[in-house]
Design a protein around this ligand. Structure first.
Ligand SMILES: Cc1cc2nc3c(=O)[nH]c(=O)nc-3n(C[C@H](O)[C@H](O)[C@H](O)COP(=O)(O)OP(=O)(O)OC[C@H]3O[C@@H](n4cnc5c(N)ncnc54)[C@H](O)[C@@H]3O)c2cc1C
Length: 463
């Protein structure tokens, strides 16, 4: 087949961060690029049901509740209780801004958006809804995921939600059970508790967010419990029984929890079931995910897959980088400096959590002689001024070479602060050193000053 037989050089399925990263990189590289999107607006789950609405709602909740707790307002008799619909109002305008900005990227780069469900017809051909057959030399599948719904649970009941439908919650419930304590469940549990709602967080594992550093997990558990979240570990659902006045969750351990509403946040399913995969030799696993190699190629080398549909880390940040990496690879300009595996974790609970690199458990298992440097936020002038004294920055570094091996942080602005450590960790050879933080002058007072405090704390332990 010659290039002229194709309508496009690259056809991208999905306009979330994975699809956008691939489409823009390829268009800038001079390829003829088209995309398909089945939702009425571009932007993906990231913009409409995931990252953007949840973080916009979190901001509305934290800023509103902080203001309402202000003693001056209380003294003036201001004692109101905002509804979910009021808190959500700002979210819609942010989504609108994101959509129009992202649409302009497609317009400016002459990338047509084909609206509808895209399915493979054969290895080089797709069809969007019932439209004309579209032939392309390469494809990037960036179709994302949706919440997994267990059989036997009535998700049409007005008291039962998943992470997509919870955004439609109009009234503020008095109590909620969040089933599933992964990142999404824990973030929502924290947000609802900030609103003064009674929260049960049910975890099927023995710890919250097991991939984090143990000390950070302990801190998160402590603070959530301290705020009043009831956490149940090692539990699994037996049945969910929605009633007129609440939802009863029965656990296999025999416990029964009744709350006004239930948020199911346990598991996600790749959007591959209606993609026409039965017409090509690509198979999705039981979670609907597609296997890829290091270059994000599927078993068919001209069909790439990126973002949530390939599994962990399932972050918008990672999806975008993966999309770019796939486009660079098919352009033949693969950039060895694109750090597709250097993905920081940002978890928007209260307190916020962020980390990059290896944690203490991993370093211990690998027998790497590391040392720890810590800075408590309560000892930082900036934190005292802003009242953000809950938190800690922890640097893990090699005790011989002083190379930084991991940075772990919880507290205000953790997901921003982490990038300073990430930048130093990525310096080549001996330039990745904890000495940087001892030898460099930082603005004062700042939260970033925690790096100097933690570095001195760690180096002082060396002998
Ligand atoms: C509640 C929540 C909070 C989150 N918070 C964060 C966060 O704070 N930070 C972070 O980095 N990540 C966060 N995430 C994860 C982030 O949203 C995802 O990692 C990201 O959206 C994945 O991007 P993607 O491009 O792979 O897929 P998506 O953004 O899901 O986009 C996939 C697109 O493909 C379209 N599509 C699917 N199938 C087809 C088809 N056959 N034809 C045409 N179009 C199709 C869909 O309509 C969708 O628009 C959060 C997720 C959730 C659910």
């Amino acid at each position: 087949m010659t290039t002229s037989n194709f309508h496009y050089d690259l056809f991208v399925i999905g306009t979330g961060p994975g699809g956008e990263g691939a489409a823009m990189q390829a268009a800038k590289g001079g390829l003829r690029v088209g995309v398909a999107e089945r939702y009425q607006q571009i932007g993906g789950g990231c913009t409409h049901w995931g990252t953007i609405p949840s973080k916009a709602l979190r901001y509305a909740v934290t800023s509103t509740m902080r203001s309402l707790r202000n003693p001056v307002l209380r003294e003036m008799g201001v004692n109101v209780s905002p509804s979910m619909a009021q808190l959500q109002r700002g979210t819609q305008s942010i989504i609108g801004k994101q959509v129009s900005m992202r649409q302009s990227f497609y317009d400016r780069n002459h990338v047509p958006v084909h609206r509808g469900q895209c399915r493979f017809v054969d290895e080089h051909t797709v069809q969007v809804d019932d439209g004309e057959l579209i032939r392309s030399k390469f494809f990037v599948v960036a179709t994302g995921t949706r919440p997994w719904r267990p059989p036997g649970v009535d998700f049409d009941h007005p008291r039962v939600f998943d992470s997509d439908t919870v955004l439609d919650l109009e009234e503020r419930p008095d109590s909620i059970t969040v089933y599933g304590a992964g990142v999404i469940g824990t973030e929502y549990a924290s947000m609802f508790r900030n609103l003064g709602i009674k929260v049960n967080l049910v975890n099927s594992r023995s710890k919250l967010l097991e991939f984090l550093d143990d000390e950070i997990i302990d801190a998160l558990s402590y603070h959530l419990r301290d705020q009043g979240v009831i956490i149940r570990h090692n539990e699994s659902m037996d049945s969910i029984d929605p009633q007129d006045d609440g939802v009863i969750l029965t656990l296999k351990s025999g416990k029964r929890l009744k709350t006004d509403v239930l948020l199911w946040a346990n598991g996600r399913q790749g959007n591959t079931d209606d993609l026409g995969l039965d017409n090509i030799p690509i198979e999705a696993n039981r979670r609907g995910q597609i296997d890829v190699n290091e270059q994000f190629q599927t078993v068919l080398p001209h069909i790439y897959a990126v973002g949530d549909v390939i599994g962990m880390p399932s972050l918008a940040s990672a999806a975008y980088t993966q999309g770019r990496a796939a486009a660079m690879h098919l352009l033949g300009t693969a950039d060895g400096n694109l750090r597709v595996h250097d993905i920081p974790t940002g978890i928007y609970t209260s307190p916020e959590i962020s980390s990059v690199g290896r944690n203490e458990r991993e370093l211990t298992e690998a027998c790497i002689p590391y040392e720890v440097g810590q800075a408590q936020f309560r000892s930082l002038a900036r934190a005292q001024i802003t009242g953000s004294t809950t938190g800690m920055l922890k640097l893990l570094f090699h005790r011989d070479t002083r190379e930084i091996l991991g940075v772990h942080c919880f507290g205000a602005n953790a997901s921003e602060i982490i990038h300073i450590g990430q930048a130093i960790m990525n310096q080549p050879g001996e330039h990745n050193t904890i000495n940087y933080f001892i030898e460099t002058t930082f603005n004062y007072p700042t939260m970033a000053e925690a790096y100097r405090v933690a570095a001195l704390n760690g180096v002082n332990r060396l002998f």
